[in-house]
Design a protein around this ligand. Structure first.
Ligand code: HEC
Length: 121
């Protein structure tokens, strides 16, 4: 009986391990698809929003080499920084941080801006 219980435990351990592995694979794949399959946002709208809300500090156009606020990364720089995914940008745009005001962007507007930034890549 004891032995049976023990193997039951092991089985559960293996199963939850599998579940972890599968979710990691799933997350990796969905992130990959996010980058490949076109982002949900509209980059044209995103550019208009970026010019309205971000261009005061950030270089928002590809051909702009320097940001008006030197500490603010250019959007091209953001787009070409490894690890900058739509998820990462989404977090950056919903978390207050030094020097950057919180904007009242709607989810759609945020997706548009993100689509624009990632589209610079
Ligand atoms: C008032 C100036 C200002 C405005 C307006 C502004 N930013 Fe920023 N932003 C900054 C500065 C300064 C930094 C660098 C902050 C730092 O390194 O701590 C930054 C950093 C960022 C980062 C990188 C965040 C990170 O965690 O590294 C992103 C993404 C970003 N801004 C996006 C935007 C977007 C999109 C808009 C418009 C919706 C915007 N910013 C508007 C000043 C601004």
């Amino acid at each position: 009986m004891r032995a049976f219980e023990k193997s039951g435990d092991d089985q559960a351990g293996v199963l939850s391990m599998k579940r972890v592995v599968y979710s990691v694979i799933f997350l990796a794949l969905s992130d990959f698809c996010n980058v490949r399959a076109q982002p949900v946002g509209d980059p044209q709208e995103g550019l208009a929003l970026a010019q309205q809300f971000c261009s005061e500090c950030h270089a928002v156009r590809r051909e702009q080499v320097r940001s008006p606020t030197p500490q603010a990364p250019t959007f091209l720089k953001l787009a070409t920084t490894p690890g900058v995914t739509s998820a990462a940008l989404s977090v950056a745009l919903t978390t207050p941080h030094a020097g950057m005001p919180m904007f009242g962007l709607t989810t759609t507007q945020r997706e548009d801006v993100i689509a624009y930034i990632l589209g610079l890549h």
